[in-house]
Design a protein around this ligand. Sequence first.
Ligand code: GLC
Length: 551
Amino acid sequence: MGCDWYKDRVFYQIWPRSFKDGSGDGVGDLYGVLEKLDYLKSLGIGGIWFSPLYPSPNADFGYDVSDYCDISPEYGGIDVFRKVLKRAHELDIKVILDLVIAHTSDEHEWFKKSRDKDSPFRDFYFWRRGKAGGKAPNNWSSFFSKGAWSFDPASGEHYLHLHHSKQVDLNMDNPRVREEIKKVMRFWLDMGVDGFREDVITYISKPEDLPDDLFFRAVKGLRFYDCGPKVHEYLQEFRTDVLDHYDCFTVGEAPMISPKKALSFVSGPHPDLDMVFGFKHMEADCFLKEYLPLPFSLRKLKRAFGSWQKALNGRAWNALYLENHDHPRVVSRYGSKRYRKESAKALAACYMLQQGTPFVFQGQELGMGNMPLDDISKYEDCLTKSAYEKGIRFLPKKLVLKIIQRASRDNARTPVQWTGGRNAGFSEAEPWFFVNPDHAKFNAEDEDKDPDSVLNFYRALIRLRTSSDIARDGDYKDLAPLHPRLYMYERRLGERALLVICSFSDRPLKFRLPKEFRGRAAKLVLGNYGGEEPEMTSALRPREVRVYELG
Ligand code: GLC
């Protein structure tokens, strides 16, 4: 069928555990979502992406699914989900689910059955004999544990898990597995769900003989299971057999992918997916991953954004984001401590006015920041714990904790700050995770009333993004790619343009307006400083952003 309504909408990601507790047990849930749908509408969003809501033992908070066709009782169960879906649709908010099909939980029925060597489910996963001396079948490493293989004494073989040992990789080469996945997709689409965010989707096809990773490729982040031999074939099959029959869209998570490679998934007459999430722009303050920190580089950020904007222009559609549940809060990374509010707003304008569909992660619209914890035992995330264990093999514990404090995914997973009061208004009960003490300053209730808040800036920005054809369709051009503190780009649509001028400095910043803009009639359509409108060419104030429309 193919649709393009997703091009006109801004999506909001809900990581349910920390969004809002409605049942009073300290864990976020769908009752809480029901309460907050009007808030989301007031923000102007047109779609929700739910991180996994399925039953799960929570080794990786839902990304270890034990039943694909149900909603976890922790989140209220399937009837409440139906209510959320109905109410969201009444408000013209689309709903997409996280489709986690690269792996299942080890507590999924399929895996439990596959433990028996003679079971027809054995081939749903990668069960292999080890090498001599009890060694794993190959040298693949895992993101969340030591190696990518675990030995199962009951059946005498190892099973493959690229992530946690409780997240077992599915063998997509088995046609029965693909049929089961299609059933899952239909189950939700028939219920009225509007599409999927597809988890680590570029990892679903492994080369037949599971060859060892080569060191020189692995250090560059290149792995044999990444964009494996049949990934396009399987995604095409899902599209043809299922997705094409519904008015829905898909966005795939594609770790480390280059824009060129991304095109093989999202361009052409019958693309595998509608969009992919790239990662390059999340590396402006690190090498590959947040756990290898570097000083922030605006040039690197602009290069990353620019390469995607250029490569996809006219051929495919971008998925724009600066935050999700896998990355620390952006204001604590690319923003300013001193000018936190200004920088939270400036960052928002910088990414959301590019070409593509913007995604906002819960709390980002409030300017929520990182929350460093003083002891490793206080962290909950499995990646954080495993990174700590790996780190302390080479580095002093204190230093590793410092890196963790900056890099941990838990920074993004603190409860959403609804009020400045008890538990930030997230729950009546003791919350499952620590509340960031800065909720006194950054919370929805106070920000709602303050015309100058980050929240109200997001509202205005989303209004602009969803009402301007230039913001939707204009061509992107970076006007100062080499400048270390200025981000200035245009979006051009015929004779008209939007001009985004943004300072990444904590000091006043002079800049030169490109010739073609000088003396032209320009209207300031958005800015993060109140008061009198400045001259277009006047120096930018610390972390100032100005957006002009030129007719
Ligand atoms: C994706 C998810 C992440 C999860 C991983 C394994 O990267 O976004 O949260 O841990 O896949 O499912």
